[in-house]
Design a protein around this ligand. Sequence first.
Ligand SMILES: [Zn+2]
Length: 338
Amino acid sequence: MRGAILYGPRDVRFEERDAPTIIEPTDAVIRISATCVCGSDLWPYRGISPVAKPTPMGHEYCGIVEEVGSAVTSIKAGQFVIGSFFASDNTCPHCQAGYQTSCQHKEFISTAQAPMLRVPLADGTLVATPDVPSAHLIPSLLAVSDVLGTGWFAADAANVEPGMTVAVVGDGAVGLLGVLSAKQMGAERIIAMSGHESRQKLAREFGATDIVTERGDEGVARIKELTYGIGADAVLECVGTQKSMMQAIRSTRPGGSVGYVGVPHGVELNGEELFFTHVHLHGGPAPVRRFLPELINLVWNGKINPGQVFDLTLPLDQVAEGYRAMDERRAIKTLLRP
Ligand SMILES: [Zn+2]
């Protein structure tokens, strides 16, 4: 089969590689219905996170189970399934506590931009939909696999509750779905920080009530202005830079919470400043598995449509253009169909 392989900065190729097979008895092999390019794929794509050797790419996926190993009991061939970017047993103490991305047996899924995918720990990792979905649901079900799950965790980690004022730093797919998540959790006012018109429009569709175009300290000042000098009750940090993290912390009211899900690149926090902010910080790699049943249900019943973040759909063999379009910010998120 052919799949995406990153060779170095801005060099993604669609090349022949081995088709996956069952290796462990707890594995499943799935036939991918749709996969996509993640904002975090752009870090190695841009050379900010170096790649030492040609590396298969992709960690967002949904599809039909082709085959399962002899020890798999709850997942069956023919089912439509969704999993997260970390395989997890869903039984260890960390999984039981809801932190499946810290599973004692976690394995990163990193070869999903391909027609077929091996998923370890299939029983713990994969969640089946009630039936094989109709085509129009597939983008939204794919979004559940990472971007929605991550935006949802940002809101969950920031303790969003009904009636709150929530600010979202970052207008990528995760930030936009953080807006949707905060709305679902009952936030009354949602301030999306974005300087891009098409993204502002989608943020409003997902539930944003206010848009702040300023960034950094000016963005913080604008949030303070909109909240009568108090700051937001909850702030979702969905970028991962020093600037975005400080913008999030400084936009939060004393006693409020920051949920941070942007993978940090060079972020350093000043202990003394943090001490005097009285802000709760909670984040990390989103334990998407915890939220899969609930989010699949919301999509299945037509309550949410997170698949709107995919504004470019390409056949998988044009994966290189999918990366380029996101790198140049011509696309919010690229969906790839094998
Ligand atoms: Zn576990």
